[in-house]
Design a protein around this ligand. Structure first.
Ligand code: C2E
Ligand code: CA
Ligand code: CA
Ligand code: CA
Length: 277
């Protein structure tokens, strides 16, 4: 085993170096991206499938490089997270998202806006204060703002997490557990957190209607959410069959390519869905 470990080390070390260099490169590019304002937000509609109306949007980060390539977040979020740069980027996201929400409301569109929070952002003691200031300065309606966190963010220091959630809730915003079902939430555990919404992870939705197991899991999550008085949203909905299944199981809020990909703000007017107002 020792010899194998050693071989493995030698075998992988060039790759590891490459990975480290890649991260350093991305880190430097991210610093430049912050300075040069290369980030932008895309918005994916959240649809009520009872009447096909847009009831909200989820904010999704994009990085538009000077060479015009659009970099998806999974390529750089982990570097932004490990370097702490995400805190600065994350604050910009909240500003930009709240300005977007205010614009929508001033046009008469009574939509909600979901904003993803990173681990570092969520663990930042200053977050409630930052959010309060942004809400105040942008005039965004707190009742229309939804912060998305993941189960893993609630797992470490649960008292600190509950305290942070309560402070955010006091601002009037609502809270959603993203990628629900992929972590380790038990029923009793979930009850301790003051959350308002569960987002069923795409991994459980994507094989409907072929995978009986996934259908049972999704039906169980929906039933549980109803029992606990939580809103439930299905993400990654791509087919009419999936919409039908969700409708039958009384999950009416959905997001996914079936309805729309995430779009830039100026593209949203092209959507065929009626906007709730
Ligand atoms: P997420 O929060 O679970 O976001 C959903 C992801 O699924 C998005 O990818 C979205 O474009 C994609 N998606 C939506 N509908 C479909 C569908 O029907 N099929 C498929 N295959 N995919 C669909 P995206 O924008 O690349 O974001 C990936 C992840 O990056 C997000 O997962 C989230 O964890 C993170 N992220 C995105 N924006 C932000 C942000 O502003 N802040 C933070 N902290 N994380 C973000
Ligand atoms: Ca999300
Ligand atoms: Ca998600
Ligand atoms: Ca996800």
């Amino acid at each position: 085993a020792k010899a194998r470990g050693k071989n493995t080390f030698h075998f992988f070390s060039p790759d590891l170096n490459e990975a480290a260099n890649e991260r350093l490169l991305i880190e430097n590019q991210l610093r430049e991206a912050i300075r040069e304002h290369q980030f932008l937000l895309y918005y994916q509609p959240k649809i009520d499938i009872r009447d096909n109306t847009i009831i909200g949007y989820e904010t999704l980060l994009r990085w538009l490089r000077p060479d015009n390539t659009l970099v998806p977040p999974l390529r750089f979020i982990s570097v932004a997270e490990s370097t702490g740069l995400i805190v600065q980027i994350g604050e910009w996201i909240i500003w930009e998202a709240c300005r977007f929400l205010s614009r929508q409301h001033s046009r008469g569109y009574n939509v909600s806006l979901s904003i993803n929070l990173s681990v570092r952002q969520f663990n930042d003691d200053n977050l409630p204060e930052i959010v309060a200031r942004i809400l105040q300065r942008t005039g965004a309606d707190p009742a229309s703002v939804i912060f998305e966190i993941t189960e893993s963010m609630l797992m470490g220091d649960t008292d600190a997490a509950i305290n942070q959630l309560n402070q955010l809730k006091r601002l009037g915003v609502s809270l959603s557990i993203d990628d629900f079902g992929t972590g380790y939430s038990s029923l009793s555990y979930l009850k301790r957190f003051p959350v308002d919404e569960l987002k069923i992870d795409r991994s459980f939705v994507k094989d409907i209607p072929d995978d009986r197991n996934d259908m049972d899991i999704v039906a169980a999550i929906i039933a549980m959410a109803q029992k606990m008085n939580l809103r439930v949203v299905a993400e990654g909905v791509e087919t009419a069959e999936q919409v039908e299944f969700l409708r039958k199981n009384a999950c009416y809020q959905v997001q996914g390519y079936y309805f729309s990909m995430p779009l830039a703000e100026q593209e949203l007017s092209r959507l065929n869905y009626v906007i709730n107002s």
